[in-house]
Write a protein that binds this ligand. Structure first.
Ligand code: EPU
Length: 308
């Protein structure tokens, strides 16, 4: 009788034993919905929380030896997880959250730092440069990997150095000049994982920085759905245009599939009230792309990352 070949050929229990022996914290079959800002999605087969560069490397090496795919999870703010979840390993950066302030505006921060929190800590120390990014709901590692931006803010010019890790190369120290920051993309990702960054900020009056930060947050609250479950902007802006403006002009605000709906505040956001599943969100993304393709011949590219 022919033996059917399943996608899962690795030995999960052996991997778990080795991970335990190596002292890397992990859990099995962890529901990912609570780790994404969209609040949806099935379980991760393994959710591991390395605490250091060495532990990241150990995890990557063991996963490679067992041929388990590894995905990196930060704050889950730009992520859609399928209802069936993901097999293999999700490397959660949450334990890499140390922050250290040095002389001359230098900040050492772990990939798992929640970005808005880091921005606020820098502001209270009187350090200017990242305050415009206060509303970006990601982790520092995610901001660097996605080259997330808001208004005129971009992280690239503030980076002095990044410590990253890959399965094959181990620890890599990359000065700013060696890092390629593009629109919503960078040198990181595809197996090269940010562990820590050194940022160079400029001293200024904390009250002035805080005032700027508050102004940005007020503006964001007027123009984007804040405080509701979403994964941020769904599509990249097409060349020379705003995806949100385009979808708004096409009358797509309020369009829904199941419990997922195009936000009335900003048309590049999909929101829900807790009564959606991931299939609804993905169905809505497809419907929007098709509508745009038919009427404008523009092929919208998702900005969000989908795991399935
Ligand atoms: N607009 C509309 N209707 C809408 C949405 C926007 O008419 O429903 C108009 C706005 O009035 C404005 C223009 O479109 O005139 C541009 O809108 P916005 O300033 O919101 O900028 P965006 O290009 O839509 C980008 C980023 C956002 C980031 C904002 C602010 C992308 C895909 N989006 O949006 O990032 O917060 O600029 O800097 O690059 C994200 O990455 O998740 C994200 C939301």
């Amino acid at each position: 009788m022919p033996v059917s070949k399943t996608a899962k050929t690795y030995n999960s229990d052996a991997f778990a034993r080795e991970l335990e022996r190596a002292g890397v914290a992990f859990a099995r079959e962890v529901a990912l919905a609570r780790y994404t800002t969209l609040g949806l999605g099935g379980p991760a087969e393994f959710l591991a929380r390395p605490r250091s560069v060495d532990e990241i490397h150990t995890l990557l090496t063991l996963a490679a030896a067992h041929e388990l795919p590894v995905k990196v999870l930060g704050a889950g703010s730009n992520l859609i997880v399928s209802d069936s979840g993901v097999r293999g390993v999700v490397l959660h950066t949450s334990a890499l959250d140390s922050v250290r302030f040095d002389e001359g505006g230098i900040v050492h921060a772990g990939a798992g730092c929640h970005f808005p929190g880091l921005v606020r800590q820098c502001a209270s120390k009187g350090l200017r440069g990242i305050e415009a990014g206060v509303g970006i709901p990601g982790s520092l590692g995610g901001v660097l990997t996605m080259n997330a931006g808001a208004y005129q803010f971009s992280i690239g010019p503030l980076v002095d150095e990044v410590i990253a890790v890959s399965a094959s190369g181990g620890k890599v120290v990359m000065p700013r000049d060696a890092i390629d920051f593009r629109y919503r993309a960078s040198s990181f990702g595809r197996g090269l994982i940010v562990a820590e960054a050194r940022l160079a900020l400029a001293p200024d009056d904390p009250a002035a920085i805080r005032a700027d930060m508050d102004g940005r947050m007020r503006f964001r609250k007027q123009t984007q759905p804040v405080g509701v479950k979403s994964s941020g902007c769904i599509f990249k802006n097409p060349e020379g245009a705003s995806a949100g403006e385009l979808l708004d002009e096409l009358g797509l605000k309020g369009l829904s599939v199941g419990g997922a709906r195009i936000s009335d505040v900003h048309a590049n956001f999909i929101v829900h009230n807790g009564d959606a599943d991931t299939a609804d969100v993905l169905g809505l993304i497809d419907a929007v792309r098709q509508r745009v393709r038919e009427t404008t011949e523009i092929e919208l590219e998702p900005e969000v990352v989908t795991w399935n």
